[in-house]
Structure formats: structure tokens, C-alpha cells
Design a protein around this ligand. Structure first.
Ligand code: NAI
Length: 447
């Protein structure tokens, strides 16, 4: 079979990159033992047989292992990027050439192409969608609500070409979806609250084996990796400002401190702010932190966390990055109006001149761990993607019984993933004795 980099079933940069993508995907697989076990079982039991699955995820070597697992389970998989800068072109080429997975993703793709790739995944007519940031579900719901003007032009053109019956078939075909990240879950809960969510969604992010590890240790390490690869700055002795002390912010603050940075945290939630104080960080409003930081990173899932008024206060040469899901945490539109630039001074580093001082923005304000580095290490994505694979299986088995709401992965599966991961790591743990089980379930024993 001959395959092309661009065809109705693929749009990737260059198939000649596939060998490198294959090597890197195999490297990631070495550290994904839980997903490997799931793949082996899926290959035997084929729980996704006959299902069309469209996934909008960061197209990395870890995601390739998930896509191949879903395919082993019998799914016909289409994949597009959940961020224009996070695609690993060699991995995309490998998926097309060696697995025949319909892949639509090119690193650095423009807005039009990004949405044309989302269009391709919708045109795959999925039974199940898998999102990282709710872009597929968002587009499907704009279609369902008749808000066609809110669709990006490539999606709009496709919808305009569909008959009413086909539109209905696209919408009615979806059994459910899974969602990878905090921001996506927030969007989906807002949709459920407004009564517009049309099908059940499994919030993979809410699994303990996801956010406790992926968001904290994965984002912690890879965000610092992204900042270092982009800048090669010395963190020891630098003042680093971390906006948001949630799961991701905790991880990044911890790893920045490990490199010898003096870390300042900014927060809006009092308990989180208190936690950061007791973890030993300075906590203050961004307006104060702005003049102190050498490097800033936002991980809030919120909009305009670093604004022009803050950037005006920054030292000459301050470095500003984001690792939250969307590129909305730094007010780049405001910066573009107030400052001169951008001038690309290194890969993933843009210089802006504001009031005669330089501000360096990394990765166009997109999540820096995926733009300038490789995203989370495989061994942490092993657990996140085990949740995705089991979540998809759960949707096939139970989707019809679930309400159109945001549901967690059942706790039993979450625990099962932890058990498998521990086993793969060679870590043993104790078991409750019958006496202990009885004691812990009683209220009238022991004083
Ligand atoms: P979280 O909800 O645990 O933490 C967010 C924190 O930001 C909260 O403590 C909140 O109070 C705080 N916050 C909100 N607005 C703020 C503001 N204006 N100033 C300061 N703090 C503010 O969320 P989590 O899981 O840490 O995720 C954060 C973002 O990172 C989300 O957009 C999520 O989708 C994304 N994410 C990125 C990953 C990556 O690979 N870069 C991986 C996982 C999540």
C-alpha cells in the first residue's frame, strides 16, 4: 500500500521522518508498561471493535502508543492535534506509514490548518471522541446548537456542505467522549450546567492516577525542561514566579526550587495560597511579583493572568512563559498593541520591547513544555493514557446508561491502574489483615 503525507486520510509534514518517529515511539513504549498490558488485553478482547474514534490530543510519541492501543482494541482511529505547536512530526509520519492511523497534524500549523484537521476528525464520523481541551466536543455542540457562526471557517464550510440528515447523523453517532485536561473538564462542566451537553463525558483528568502524577510531576518536570531548552538560562539564583498553585503549579514550583530558583507563587484561592506559604514559597499578588521575577510561568487555566500593566513593571530581559492549556494566560494581544515586536531571537523565544525594556515571550504563550520540549515523560503518560483507554472501553460498555454529564473514571479502574503501575515498578505494598479491615469499618472498637 502506498501512503502519502497529504491525502483524505492524512496530513503530516513528511513521511520520510517516520523511521525516527518509530524509534521514538518505541522508546516511549519502554516506559509505558500499564498501557502495554492494556494493549495486550485489547488485542485479545477487541472491546472497541467496529467503533470509530476521533482523538484531538497532543501528537507525541506517548500519544502514538495510545492510538496504537485503541487500534489494537478494534477502533478505527483518527487523530488531530490539540495544539498547533505540540505535534511531533516524526511521530505523526510513523502513525500514518506504519499503522495506517488517520493522522492530521503538523507542528506549527496555522489557524486554518489546525481547524481543517479538527474538521477531518469530525468528518471521520466518530462514535467516541477523545479531547484534550474540549475542541472536538466544542465544535460538535456549536453544530448541535445551530451556532454555525461560532465554528472556525474550515469546520463551517464542511458543515455547510452536509445535508440536514448528515448533520443529524454526525451528532447522533457520538456515544460519548473522554477529556484529558483540567481546562477541558471546566468547559464541559459549564456545558453540563447550562444543560447543553448532549452525551456523557469521562473526565480522565479527574482520576487520581492522572492529575496527581501527570499534572504535578509531568508538568513540573517538562515545563522546566521547556523553559531550559528555549532559553538555556541558569535557574540557580534566579527569581521564578509561578502563577497558580494547583496540581500543575505545585509541580513546577517544586522543580524550579530544585534547580535553585527563588520561587514566588501568585494565587487567587486563599487555601492554595496558604498551602504555598507553608510549602515555603513567597506568595504575593502578580502586581508585586512582576518587578521581582527573572522568569514567569502561568499555570492557572485562566485568562489574562499576566497583563501589560504587569509586563511594564518587569525587569529588562524578563522571560515570560505559559504552561496552562490555552494561550490566553499572557495578554499577548495587549502586548502587541503596547510594545514593539516580536523579534525571534532564538527558537521559541520572541523579544518584545515595552517602554524601552525587553520582555521575552516563550513559545508564543502556548504550553511551553510541548512547544519547546517533548511534553510529559512517557512513564507519567502511561497512567494518563491507561485512563483514556479504559475510559473509552467504559464508554462503549456503559455509555448508553450514563447521563449527559461529566463522569469520573470509576474508582475501581483508577485503583487498578495504580496497582498495575506499582507492579511494573516492582514496588510492593501491604494488604489489610481481616482484623484491620474489621477495625477500620467499625465505630465501637478500640480505645
Ligand atoms: P488546578 O485547578 O489544579 O489549578 C489552577 C490554579 O490556578 C488554582 O489553584 C486557581 O486558584 C489558580 N488561579 C486561577 N486564576 C488565577 C489567577 N488569575 N492568578 C493566580 N492563580 C489563579 O488546575 P491544574 O490541573 O493545575 O491545571 C492548570 C492548567 O494547566 C489548566 O489549563 C490545565 O488544562 C493545564 N495543564 C497543562 C498541562 C501541560 O502539559 N502543560 C498538563 C495538565 C494540565
Amino acid at each position: 500500500m502506498t501512503v502519502a503525507a497529504k491525502s483524505p486520510t492524512a496530513d503530516v509534514r513528511d513521511l520520510a521522518l517516520a523511521d525516527e518517529g518509530k524509534r521514538r515511539t518505541e522508546w516511549a513504549e519502554r516506559n509505558m508498561p500499564v498501557l502495554r498490558l492494556i494493549r495486550e488485553r485489547f488485542a485479545k478482547t477487541r472491546p472497541l471493535a467496529g467503533r470509530r474514534l476521533s482523538a484531538c490530543l497532543h501528537v507525541t510519541s506517548e500519544t502514538a502508543n495510545l492510538a496504537v492501543t485503541l487500534q489494537a482494541g478494534g477502533a478505527d482511529v483518527a487523530l488531530c492535534a490539540s495544539n498547533p505547536l505540540s505535534t511531533q512530526d516524526d511521530v505523526a509520519a510513523h502513525l500514518v506509514r506504519d499503522h495506517g492511523i488517520k493522522t492530521f497534524a503538523i507542528k506549527g500549523e496555522d489557524h486554518e490548518t489546525y481547524y481543517d484537521h479538527i474538521r477531518a476528525c469530525l468528518a471521520h464520523r466518530p462514535d467516541i471522541t477523545m479531547d484534550d481541551g474540549a475542541d472536538l466536543v466544542g465544535a460538535l455542540h456549536m453544530l448541535a446548537l445551530g451556532r454555525l457562526d461560532d465554528l472556525a471557517p474550515p469546520v463551517r464550510r464542511w458543515v455547510d456542505g452536509l445535508s440536514a440528515a448528515d448533520r443529524k447523523a454526525v451528532l447522533d453517532g457520538v456515544v460519548g467522549s473522554t477529556e484529558e485536561t483540567t481546562t477541558g473538564v471546566i468547559r464541559l462542566k459549564a456545558m453540563a450546567k447550562d444543560g447543553v451537553l448532549r452525551f456523557p463525558v469521562i473526565a480522565v483528568n479527574n482520576s487520581e492516577t492522572k492529575h496527581l502524577f501527570d499534572n504535578r510531576y509531568g508538568t513540573g518536570q517538562s515545563t522546566v525542561d521547556g523553559i531550559l531548552r528555549a532559553t538555556n538560562m541558569l535557574l540557580a539564583g534566579a527569581t521564578a514566579v509561578v502563577a497558580g498553585y494547583g496540581w500543575c503549579g505545585r509541580g513546577v514550583a517544586m522543580r524550579l526550587r530544585g534547580h535553585g530558583a527563588n520561587v514566588i507563587v501568585t494565587e487567587v484561592e486563599p487555601v492554595k495560597a496558604l498551602e504555598a506559604v507553608m510549602d515555603g514559597y513567597r506568595v504575593m499578588p502578580m502586581a508585586e511579583a512582576a518587578s521581582l521575577g527573572d522568569v514567569f510561568v502561568t499555570l492557572t487555566g485562566d485568562v489574562d493572568v499576566i497583563r501589560v500593566e504587569h509586563m511594564r513593571r518587569m525587569k529588562d530581559g524578563a522571560i515570560v512563559a505559559n504552561s496552562g492549556h490555552f494561550n490566553v494566560e499572557i495578554d499577548l494581544a495587549g502586548l502587541a498593541k503596547a510594545a514593539r515586536g516580536p523579534r525571534a531571537v532564538r527558537g521559541f523565544v520572541d523579544e518584545w520591547v515595552l517602554d524601552g525594556k525587553r520582555v521575552f515571550v516563550l513559545g508564543e504563550g502556548r504550553l511551553i513544555n510541548l512547544a519547546a520540549a517533548e511534553g510529559h515523560p512517557a512513564s507519567v503518560m502511561d497512567m494518563s493514557f491507561a485512563n483514556q483507554a479504559l475510559g473509552a472501553e467504559y464508554l462503549v460498555e456503559h455509555g448508553a446508561e450514563l447521563s449527559s454529564d461529566v463522569h469520573n473514571v470509576p474508582q475501581k479502574l483508577d485503583r487498578e491502574i495504580a496497582v498495575l503501575k506499582l507492579r511494573a515498578m516492582g514496588v510492593g505494598l501491604d494488604e489489610l489483615t481481616p482484623e484491620q479491615r474489621h477495625y477500620l469499618a467499625s465505630w465501637d472498637l478500640g480505645t
